[in-house]
Design a protein around this ligand. Structure first.
Ligand code: MN
Ligand code: ZN
Length: 498
């Protein structure tokens, strides 16, 4: 993993090297350690603040170049707003904002609020934010000369009160950031490079962190009767795959938690072909599967005390002489038959078989699936919330809680028998689209027919996994949405206490 930043923790007593970063609240008050380093220069901060109308608002930045009377060549003051109202997620944001300002070189950050030193968790969140923001996907740019494309690696020392504590807190966060970066990389990769077999190979790299990997090829899936998934992939010269990832960090015999991802490596729409405008973005139609791989990395690398299954259905949806047609009827692994109305409603067909397989084989405590499933979810929620559909109130509430905490927000949408009727078919048990209205809901109703009695939640991440507006902690097209959310879900509610 190539990173534009290297982050480490040092004690407050360490001499400041390179650029200096300190924090102030909305009364421009600095912490004690910062005041000590700045000495007489504190007055300079006040003057510069007045000149730049900097008021110490949350995540506002005061940038002072070549500050007179200081050995450092740059002084960055980050506002915290009301220091009493801060949540851990704010520190992630501060880290992100900082990484957006730093242009390489050596940096010392004094991790201190005006009223107190930052806790280990806060310092760790700061470090995680730095790494998340610094991520850049540029492996296909061969002409990196000067200007914006070349940012020298920044070597960042975070001065903290408790070095061992901060290191320990960050050890886990660091693995979660790695997971987010794995997911972003997968989403950003071009579809000629990342097709089902290659995706399966990348997922198999998790063996290195102790994840068990099983790859089901077309023969194995045919034997299992996964006719819904296989129908989607049959028009592609790239064979489909399903990958099962197993992490056993919990008690032996304890039912696992399970995560299922849609992995349509490229979605042309098939015979119901999409229009040309923006079709290149359909390389990201595997954002759900990417998230599951990143999440499984995070759980295994930080040795989460939980048994977890990650399952991803990998296909390419192409028009071809062998492609499936509107009007075709396929038989899913569950035995239920599906009339294909629109071959562009393919994600639910892939998930149908993988959800059923996971429910039967692993009898999980719950299943959460993630899918860039419908454009309709963007019409409903924009790009700020993922759509949440669930047959279980407790699981929903937990997801909403961790969504608010991590900033990866979800919004619950309805399921009801009346919507379910919209996907009844005159020829088969169901059809794969329910018409224009409530498109995200009928997609979820479809999935629900394949989860059996398992507590289940479906996250429609079409608006959040790719192409969402850039944020303080993400400048990448592929956002890695869901990794931090679901890692927190596991950590907070499903892990045996340490
Ligand atoms: Mn589609
Ligand atoms: Zn799709």
């Amino acid at each position: 993993m190539s990173d534009a930043v290297k982050v480490g923790f040092v004690p407050f007593s360490t001499a400041v090297r390179g650029s200096l970063v300190v924090f102030c609240d909305d009364s421009l008050k600095l912490g004690r350690a910062a005041e000590k380093v700045l000495g007489k220069v504190t007055g300079l901060v006040k003057r510069a603040a007045a000149a730049q109308t900097f008021k110490g608002k949350s995540a506002a930045v005061l940038d002072i170049l070549a500050p007179e009377g200081l050995k450092t060549d740059r002084l960055i003051v980050v506002g915290t707003g009301k220091a009493s109202a801060l949540k851990d997620n704010d520190f992630l944001k501060f880290g992100g904002v900082l990484a957006g300002k730093i242009r390489g070189g050596t940096v010392t950050v004094i991790a201190e609020l005006p009223s107190a030193v930052m806790s280990s968790d806060q310092s760790a969140a700061l470090a995680a934010g730095l790494r998340l923001r610094a991520y850049k996907f540029d492996r296909y740019k061969t002409k990196k000369k000067d200007g914006d494309d070349v940012v020298p690696r920044a070597d960042i020392s975070i001065a903290v009160g408790d070095v061992a504590g901060a290191k320990k807190a960050f050890a886990a966060d660091d693995h979660v950031v790695d997971g987010v970066i794995i997911a972003r990389d997968l989403v950003n990769e071009p579809p000629n490079v990342l097709y089902p077999e290659e995706f399966a190979r990348r997922a198999s790299r998790l063996r290195k962190v102790g994840v068990g990997i099983d790859v089901l090829d077309v023969k194995a899936m045919t034997k299992l009767g996964m006719g819904a998934l296989l129908g989607v992939g049959q028009g592609s010269s790239r064979p489909s795959r399903t990958v099962i990832m197993r992490w056993n960090g919990g008690k032996k015999g304890e039912p696992p938690v399970a995560f299922v991802g849609k992995g349509v490596c490229f979605d042309t729409g098939g015979i119901s072909i999409k229009s040309a405008g923006g079709m290149e973005e359909m390389k990201g139609d595997m954002g759900g599967a990417a998230c599951v791989v990143g999440l499984m990395h995070a759980l295994a690398a930080r040795k989460a005390k939980v048994n977890a299954i990650g399952a991803i259905g990998l296909v390419e949806n192409m028009p071809d002489g062998n492609a499936q047609r509107p009007g075709d009827i396929v038989t899913s692994m569950s035995g239920q038959t599906i009339e294909i109305i629109n071959t562009d409603a393919e994600g639910r067909l892939v998930l149908a078989d993988v959800l059923w397989y996971v429910a039967q084989k692993f009898k999980p405590k719950f299943m959460v699936d993630l899918a860039t499933l419908t454009g309709a979810i963007m019409v409903a929620l924009g790009t700020e919330h993922a759509g949440l559909f669930s047959n279980n109130d407790q699981l929903s509430e937990r997801l909403a809680n961790v969504g608010a905490e991590t900033g990866e927000r979800v919004w619950r949408m309805p399921l009801a028998p009346e919507y379910d009727k919209l996907i009844d078919s005159q020829f088969a048990d169901m059809k794969n689209t329910g018409g224009r209205y409530g498109g995200s809901i009928t997609a979820a109703q479809f999935l629900q027919r394949f989860v059996d009695d398992t507590p289940w939640a479906h996250l429609d991440i079409a608006g959040t996994a790719m192409g969402a507006p850039k944020t303080d902690i993400n400048q990448s097209w592929g956002s890695g949405f869901g990794v931090r959310l679901l890692d927190r879900l596991v950590a907070e509610y499903y892990e045996a206490r340490r």
